[in-house]
Design a protein around this ligand. Structure first.
Ligand code: SF4
Length: 96
């Protein structure tokens, strides 16, 4: 199966402390990541809460359009030189 990664599900994405502003995630997935002041942030347009921030505390879910970017979000995380991009499939939310 050459495209096993197509099964990737990402419901939430956030950025931990330590971004060095390299720009990789913004270039790779501009629909989800933005870079207004030096550190990367998650775009409000791609989040259900509409807030642009690192999403560390809020852990807002992505919109359907944001979730459709899962492969590029995963590629962004894999290429982040300081490994601060985190994501999950939202399972923890449903478990409670
Ligand atoms: S790839 Fe990582 S270090 Fe580079 S801008 Fe994005 S979050 Fe920051």
């Amino acid at each position: 199966m050459p495209h096993a990664q197509l099964m990737t599900t990402i419901a939430r994405v956030w950025i931990e402390d330590g971004c060095i502003g390299c720009g990789w995630c913004i270039m790779t997935c501009p629909a989800v990541f933005t870079w207004p002041q030096g550190d990367a942030l998650i775009r409000g347009e791609s989040r259900l809460d509409g807030v642009t921030s690192a999403n560390r505390m809020e852990r807002s879910l992505l919109t359907a359009a944001g979730q459709a970017e899962a492969l590029l979000i995963a590629e962004s995380a894999e290429g982040c030189p300081v490994e601060v991009i985190r994501s999950d499939d939202g399972t923890a939310l449903r478990a409670g």
